[in-house]
Ligand binder design. Structure first.
Ligand SMILES: NC(=O)C1=CN([C@@H]2O[C@H](COP(=O)(O)OP(=O)(O)OC[C@H]3O[C@@H](n4cnc5c(N)ncnc54)[C@H](OP(=O)(O)O)[C@@H]3O)[C@@H](O)[C@H]2O)C=CC1
Ligand SMILES: O=C(O)C1=N[C@H](C(=O)O)C[C@H](O)C1
Length: 279
């Protein structure tokens, strides 16, 4: 069976890469591409926007008009748009792959509720490498325990609108969970002025926004006398897009529920909690 895919934000950085990734993948077919209703790109050819040449899919402005043509929606936009799209997909039994980051806890609760009606796969990062790093981080935190200071450093391009990145927050969630800490209580988002000495249980976040950095993440485990750094560097958005398209093909056959990329990659078997936190 060929899975019919819709892509929102089809002219965005990830949207264009997703159109390219769908064209290169087997078992999926681009059935709809969407932008804002008032976008000057409505009616444009989605393949041409992605630099592939015409593919015959005209950019639409209203998800309700094309929802019957798709099995899975892939959404990498902004939280408000994603939430509206997820609600419509849930009403129509269409599965959703969510790559958007920057949701509040209340917004996440709305996604959780929608996952009671349709299948949803949400991940802060769809690259295989980052999902492997989540597993490595879980192991490192469990082995190193309370003997290290943990800091998370991330860098992204100048256009990114949320901070810290969703991936950095997921990494913080994985290590906090492994150590039995509550990230909301121990996270320190940047430091300035008379901060006082570092408290061992805190998990620090540092954010860099500059140029065209696709996405770099380092988790530093620092002890007296040695340091371990687990780093992932993305050099192409295709690493995220390929994973999201793989997730779309996988999700089409799933029962309603909330899944993540750890489910898609089969990485949950020996550490349920690490995967749950990787959303
Ligand atoms: N999970 C993962 O693996 C990854 C997640 N991301 C996340 O994906 C999201 C998008 O990133 P990126 O592609 O770089 O961003 P872009 O700004 O390049 O693209 C966002 C797209 O969404 C559209 N959009 C914005 N607001 C609305 C709206 N209200 N209604 C409809 N469409 C809207 C934009 O249109 P317009 O230009 O008109 O505003 C644009 O086409 C971010 O949250 C980012 O963090 C990114 C990479 C990987
Ligand atoms: O906005 C981006 O570009 C990215 N966002 C995601 C995040 O917030 O973690 C994933 C990736 O790092 C790129």
């Amino acid at each position: 069976m060929t899975v019919r895919v819709g892509i929102t934000g089809a002219a965005g950085r990830m949207g264009r890469t997703l159109v390219e990734a769908v064209a290169a993948a087997e078992g999926v077919q681009l059935a709809a591409a969407l932008e804002r209703p008032d976008s000057s790109l409505i009616g444009a050819d989605a393949g041409e926007l992605a630099g592939l040449g015409k593919n015959g899919v005209a950019v639409a402005g209203d998800l309700a008009e094309v929802i019957g043509d798709i099995d899975v929606l892939i959404d990498f936009t902004v939280p408000a748009a994603t939430l509206a799209n997820v609600a419509l997909c849930a009403e129509n039994g269409v599965a959703v792959v969510i790559g958007t980051t920057g949701f509040t806890a209340d917004e996440q609760a709305r996604i959780d509720a929608a996952a009671g009606k349709t299948s949803v796969c949400k991940a802060s990062n769809f690259s295989t490498g980052v999902n492997l790093c989540f597993k490595l981080l879980d192991m490192a935190a469990r082995v190193l325990g309370d003997d290290v200071d943990i800091e998370i450093i991330e860098a992204h391009h100048r256009h990114k609108i949320d901070a810290p990145s969703g991936t950095a927050l997921s990494m913080g969630g994985v290590v906090a969970n492994a150590l039995g800490r509550d990230l909301a209580e121990v996270a320190v988002y940047g430091r300035e002025g008379q901060t006082g000495a570092r408290e061992r249980e805190t998990i620090g976040f540092a954010t860099v926004r500059a140029g065209d950095v696709v996405g770099d993440h380092t988790v530093l485990f620092a002890a007296d006398g040695e340091r371990i750094e687990i780093t992932h560097k993305a050099s192409s958005r295709m690493s995220f897009a390929r994973g999201a398209v793989r997730a779309a093909g996988w999700l089409a056959a799933k029962e309603p529920g909330l899944y993540d990329m750890q489910d898609v990659l089969g990485l949950k078997a020996d550490s349920e909690d690490a995967g749950q936190l990787a959303r």
